[in-house]
Design a binder for this molecule. Structure first.
Ligand code: DER
Length: 236
């Protein structure tokens, strides 16, 4: 399909531009686009690749690395220094400032771990993902939560004005909530499309914008960085 072709082209371009066969540590993300990144690395057919440690971001990522006969290294086996040379990963949506929504594949915890320890984070995505403001194409923000804290976090998210907060279920694939690779739950938090700094500047302040939206049943309106800070505070 043209989406799969777009994913493959993005992956090949990312590997061509940012993959160095003499690297020592390379992070491999999760999802369907990253499959083409591993494929493009294999296609290089460069003997130096055998010496690279590939750091997975979950079970799917590790299976991909092993199936490609690449060397995998668990995140907690990384020496304190040096950092991961480059981490390749997908995203659910990206804005012009490269803010990303991640977690569609419920792998966001290890993806974030690897990304924080990488010198360079390369987000590989087809054209659908790049949007002027987040929550346009992708409709919710995945949040990983300890099962015990589910209702507390759900209430806190709704307190931020989310239009809804849904515990991610397995549906046909599994009765009841899905578990992440860390044995946690995922809450999918739905918000209105996020504001851009320009929206806030025009209205004077985020508070003015929110006041303006109150009572319109629009749910919470947030600027990206503000909402990220609020969610980080909830995640603790
Ligand atoms: O969970 C994530 O953030 C993944 O990177 C994922 O959502 C991207 O998935 P895709 O490449 O299949 O769109």
């Amino acid at each position: 399909s043209d989406i799969e072709t777009a994913k493959r082209n993005a992956a090949r371009a990312a590997v061509k531009e940012h993959f160095d066969p003499s690297a020592r540590y390379v992070g491999i993300g999760s999802g369907s686009t990253i499959v083409y990144v591993v494929e493009a690395i294999q296609e290089l057919d460069d003997p130096r690749i055998a010496n690279i440690n590939f750091i997975p971001t979950g079970y799917q990522s590790r299976q991909m690395i092993l199936r490609a006969n690449l060397k995998d290294l668990k995140f907690d086996s990384l020496p304190a220094k040096p950092l991961i040379d480059v981490a390749f990963d997908g995203a659910d949506e990206i804005d012009d400032s490269l803010n990303c929504i991640k977690g569609g594949g419920a792998c966001l915890y290890q993806e974030k771990l690897v990304a924080t320890q990488a010198r360079k984070f390369i987000c590989v995505a087809d054209h659908r993902k790049l949007q002027p403001r987040l929550l346009t194409f992708w409709k919710y923000i995945p949040i990983e939560v300890e099962p015990l804290a589910t209702h507390t976090v759900m209430n806190a998210i709704l307190g931020l004005g989310a239009t809804s907060a849904v515990l991610r279920e397995g549906h046909m694939m599994k009765a009841g909530p899905i578990k992440t690779d860390q044995d946690n739950f995922i809450i999918d938090a739905y918000f209105q499309p996020l504001l851009l700094p320009a929206d806030v500047e025009k209205s004077g302040s985020l508070h003015e914008v929110q006041k303006g939206m109150e009572g319109k049943g629009e749910g919470g309106v947030w600027e990206v960085a503000e909402l990220a800070r609020e969610i980080k505070a909830i995640e603790g």
